[in-house]
Design a binder for this molecule. Structure first.
Ligand SMILES: Cc1cc2nc3c(=O)[nH]c(=O)nc-3n(C[C@H](O)[C@H](O)[C@H](O)COP(=O)(O)OP(=O)(O)OC[C@H]3O[C@@H](n4cnc5c(N)ncnc54)[C@H](O)[C@@H]3O)c2cc1C
Length: 417
């Protein structure tokens, strides 16, 4: 096969690269170690709940332009659901106070001048904190730039940035925080409509992408783990999968779209992030008899965000390393108590599942951010992709897809020539 691009890893970064390349008429072979694609973004049948659930709730925003373009290309835009406004109902678990942040469409932030739309107990002036984050030097921590206290921080910035960065915000990179704010809150409500894959991540992001790749002549090899790269004169000459070896002819390249420790094993002298943070998700088989918003946020509790699906409720807790050793049932009960308060229900604990992703994302610390490599490598025919590469964004679907798109763009001229 001439001009083949091998993509190793069928997470969203690898899938995005594959979609971009097959769309440009390039032959792609996608090699995935697991028996399913999707990586950290996957749907599976859970025996405890006897239903299909996602490993974790994944929220994207209407302004995630690469993500929107990706789902439109693969014909799955209608699989993302959400309100037509940027409304975020919140509750303070300590006081039971409730409010809704309503970010107006358009760039001028009318919402911060409107007591019914902004965080209660704040004045418009207090939102200048956001400007300080935007203008700060990127290598500092948020805690070095702003006082991490007061209602704007506690009721808006902490929950938003904790979710986006998956890291305790005060120790997180201000550069990454600023990138998130610029593309969301600062860009206006139209960019912040929350979108959820109501029928599962696989149906929105993974299965349609695989279909797209295959229908455009791409090949998918599941259960095909890359063991070693064989190097020769500044390029990779062959990919060793154990049971078989694939030679890379002239003009053939490889996009390595695997998690950072695997990439560091495959490619010598590659700097990668080395610290990670967990995300804990609690899923409950429960159908509410009243209408609930699709997502709600909480402060001062264990749970942070509640997502409402047609057949279940699912909770996300970010930067959750402190919950890794808590006994599962204790955690399920504790979180359910908070969910029940949030939705004003007296229902007993329903069937539940706790999913703990220990290495959900790299830690968005300045020092870790500095370890993220560019897509181009020291080897002529090797590109990197993944949410952990130097995208300028934290580890998110948007970052993963942009990284895959970039790798594809860098590959294209060489493959075509
Ligand atoms: C619980 C949880 C909740 C999250 N919530 C959100 C959210 O709300 N919003 C958001 O935007 N992002 C969220 N994220 C982050 C998002 O899931 C990731 O940023 C994205 O899925 C990363 O995609 P990726 O392709 O970079 O990496 P991965 O998904 O890790 O893909 C890497 C792939 O490489 C494969 N692989 C590994 N080694 C080999 C090998 N040797 N050979 C072949 N294949 C190999 C793996 O099996 C995997 O499929 C969340 C993540 C988790 C875990």
């Amino acid at each position: 096969m001439a001009n083949v691009v091998h993509i190793v890893g069928a997470g969203l970064a690898g899938l995005a690269a594959a979609v971009r390349l097959v769309k440009a008429g390039i032959t792609v072979v996608l090699h995935e170690a697991a028996n399913h694609a999707g990586g950290r973004c996957r749907t599976y049948h859970d025996p405890a709940l006897d239903m299909a659930i996602d490993n974790g709730n994944h929220l994207v925003l209407s302004g995630n332009r690469a993500t929107m373009d990706f789902v439109a290309t693969i014909g799955a835009r209608d699989r993302l659901h959400g309100p037509s406004t940027a409304s975020f109902p919140m509750i303070d678990m300590a006081t039971n106070e409730r409010w809704t942040i309503r970010i107006n469409d358009g760039r001028f932030p009318r919402w911060i001048f409107d007591p019914a739309a902004r965080v209660p107990g704040t004045s418009a002036l207090q939102y200048l904190t956001l400007a300080r984050l935007l203008w700060a030097k990127g290598h500092r921590t948020i805690g070095e730039v702003i006082a991490c206290q007061g209602p704007v921080y506690e009721r808006l910035l902490d929950p938003l940035l904790r979710a986006a960065l998956n890291t305790e915000p005060r120790e997180a990179s201000v550069g990454l925080a600023s990138a998130v704010l610029r593309e969301t809150v600062v860009a206006g409500g139209r960019e912040c409509h929350p979108l959820i894959a109501r029928d599962g991540l696989a149906s929105a992001f993974v299965d349609p992408a695989l279909t797209f790749v295959q229908s455009h002549g791409g090949h998918i090899r599941l259960g095909h783990r890359l063991r070693t790269c064989i190097f020769d004169e500044g390029r990779v000459r062959a990919l060793d999968f154990g049971e078989d070896t694939v030679a890379l002819g002239p003009g053939e390249c490889v996009v390595i779209a695997v998690p950072p420790p695997v990439a560091a094993d495959l490619l010598p002298r590659l700097d990668v992030p080395t610290e990670f943070r967990a995300i804990v998700n609690a899923h409950y088989r429960f159908v509410s008899n009243k209408s609930l918003p699709p997502m709600m946020g909480a402060i001062n509790g264990t749970l942070e965000w509640l997502f409402v699906f047609p057949d279940r409720l699912a909770v996300t807790i970010s930067a959750a390393n402190h919950l890794l050793e808590v006994e599962r049932e204790t955690l399920a009960r504790k979180i359910w108590q908070e969910v029940a308060r949030m939705i004003e229900s007296t229902a007993p604990l329903p069937p539940w599942q706790i999913v703990r992703e220990r290495r959900a994302t790299f830690a968005a610390l300045p020092a870790q951010n500095a370890r993220r490599p560019h897509a181009a490598t020291a080897w002529r025919n090797v590109l990197l992709a993944g949410d952990w590469t130097a995208t300028g964004l934290p580890a998110t679907i948007e970052g993963a897809i942009r990284s895959g798109n970039l790798a594809a763009e860098l590959v294209l001229p060489g493959v075509r020539s």
